[in-house]
Design a protein around this ligand. Structure first.
Ligand SMILES: NC(=O)c1ccc[n+]([C@@H]2O[C@H](COP(=O)([O-])OP(=O)(O)OC[C@H]3O[C@@H](n4cnc5c(N)ncnc54)[C@H](O)[C@@H]3O)[C@@H](O)[C@H]2O)c1
Length: 477
């Protein structure tokens, strides 16, 4: 009997212990029960430590302007990024943070820093789980960039640690806060699309240059944007060459999970995954580098495991279907697809189109025209976008969604509220990396998705309206 089978067989012990008043500590079954609606004391002053100062700039931009938040510590190996971040904090007239740099484990000192309440982790993938676990053990809440984990076991470890230590372990899925995604969420909540049936999401982004680009060459010329045009130490290429399956599941999937109330009324049941051959990565390397080039020749000889296009199909417990695609190597325009259909209508994206039945049974044979689609956008604008969308757009960051994610995270922590994305969301969205790979490697065999909530998905209510009170937060009108 493996560890998961054992836990399944003893699930009743956890439930009984929770019913008896959270006494599961000794059983190793997850401390005080579900974290789904967990809220800590309000952090009126929220002290944030940011590790990884490339993508970590989303946190820097956000926490620099949110009243009551202070970036008290930063950590990176790269001096240029440290300097740029210190300048950004100074320009925002915020206190200078403690800097942790100079070694690959300096992030441990940031996690141990008593002036940090929240560790905001935007490092390369292989550091996501170690930093999250270490931060929680150091008593900190943690928010980690996507994907926050890659295997089923890693996901269970994060769930069990979060439950046992009563620390938030959130995944920073910014696309859930996109303008069109939140519009779709509002339409789903209002019932206009009817009973939801099917969703489609994707991460289709030509990242060949980023994958193969040399960090040392790229960084000096592009330090202003803090996006070097390459990944540190080829972290993404290293992962992609070794794996099949969808290794970046969450951008397209996360919003659909919100529409469908996954882990809050519905849950994933099983999946199948099918993958194309690999052609684009390897062709790109051969076209761009010479095999006898001392510095880059190895790129032309490297076999890449990952097929160009992966398509995963997920069945939910309530019987709905979701399609998720991943392609970071084909020459084609960016898309997250973002499609949701119900018994009355549809919203789809890239480009945005919407339509619903004018009369029951009339069908939807074409989308609304541009004028009506624009009116729908206006009328059903999500409350969070009404409240903070203008500021979000001004600050930038993927059209504003980065800021809204950071704003909601700060608002919930400052007001002692549960977070929008809990550790079960993280686990169920991220375990698909391993499960989709296993399916691909087994002729698209069906893989069961673990229920990290241990049945609690039936009892947890859907997410609320996700609004913020900008006045209460201290923003001037
Ligand atoms: N949500 C989004 O829209 C989005 C967008 C881009 C990247 N990401 C995610 O953000 C993460 C980082 O991506 P990126 O584009 O910034 O990558 P990057 O390679 O540009 O930056 C990684 C940074 O981590 C630093 N680093 C590496 N090892 C370290 C260590 N041991 N200690 C401290 N710092 C260390 C590097 O010096 C570098 O500055 C990834 O998980 C990626 O998937 C998310």
């Amino acid at each position: 009997m493996d560890r998961r089978e054992f836990l399944k067989g003893t699930a009743w012990m956890g439930a009984a212990a929770v019913a008896a008043g959270c006494a599961t500590e000794g059983l190793g079954l997850g401390g005080c029960g579900s974290m789904a609606l967990y809220a800590d004391k309000p952090f009126r002053k929220l002290r944030v430590g940011i590790v990884g100062l490339g993508r970590g700039q989303a946190g820097v931009r956000g926490f620099n302007v949110i009243p009551g938040c202070e970036i008290t510590a930063i950590c990176d190996l790269n001096a240029v990024r440290i300097d740029c971040t210190l300048k950004a904090i100074e320009t925002a007239k915020r206190p200078k943070p403690t800097v942790y740099t100079g070694g690959p484990e300096e992030w441990k000192r940031l996690c141990d820093d008593p002036n940090v309440d929240l560790v905001y982790n935007a490092t390369p993938w292989q550091l996501h789980v170690p930093i999250a676990l270490y931060a929680m053990h150091a008593g900190k809440h943690v928010a980690t960039e996507v994907p926050s984990a890659f295997t089923v076991d890693e996901c269970w470890e994060l769930v069990e640690t979060s439950e046992k230590l009563r620390r938030h372990c959130m995944q920073l899925e910014n696309c859930c806060y996109g303008e069109t995604e939140m519009l779709a969420l509002n339409l789903c909540r209002s019932g206009i699309l009817g009973e939801l049936v099917h969703g489609e999401g994707a991460y289709i982004h030509d990242l060949r240059t980023h994958n193969y680009g040399n960090w040392d060459d790229a960084t000096p010329g592009r330090d202003k944007s803090l996006d070097s045009g390459a990944y540190w130490n080829y972290w993404r290429l290293r992962h992609n060459v070794a794996h099949k399956g969808n290794q970046y599941t969450t951008h397209g999937l996360g919003p659909i999970c919100w529409y469908m109330n996954i882990n809050r009324g519905d849950a994933f049941d099983y999946l199948v995954s099918l993958e194309s051959n690999q052609a684009n990565f390897e062709a790109f390397a051969k076209a761009h580098y010479q095999s006898d080039d001392q510095k880059n020749g190895w790129k032309t000889k490297m076999r890449v495991e990952m097929g160009d296009m992966n398509t995963m199909l997920i069945k939910t417990k309530l019987g709905r279907s979701i399609m998720v695609q991943h392609d970071v190597s084909s020459p084609r325009p960016y898309s997250r697809i973002n499609t949701i259909t119900g018994t009355k209508g549809i919203l789809t994206d890239y480009p945005y189109r919407v339509g619903w039945e004018e009369k029951p049974g009339a069908g939807v044979h074409q989308f609304f025209d541009e004028k009506r689609a624009a009116a729908v956008r206006q009328e059903y604008r999500h409350p969070l976008w009404k409240q903070a969308g203008e500021l979000a757009k001004k600050l930038g960051g993927h059209g504003g969604m980065d800021f809204l994610m950071v704003l909601r995270l700060a608002y919930c922590l400052q007001n002692g509220l549960p977070l929008d994305q809990n550790v079960y969301d993280l686990a169920s969205w991220c375990c698909l990396c391993e499960l989709s790979e296993k399916s691909v490697r087994n002729r698209s065999a069906t893989m069961d998705v673990p229920d990290f909530t241990r049945g609690e998905w039936k009892n947890v209510p859907p997410l609320g309206d996700l609004s913020v009170d900008m006045g209460k937060m201290g923003f001037s009108a």
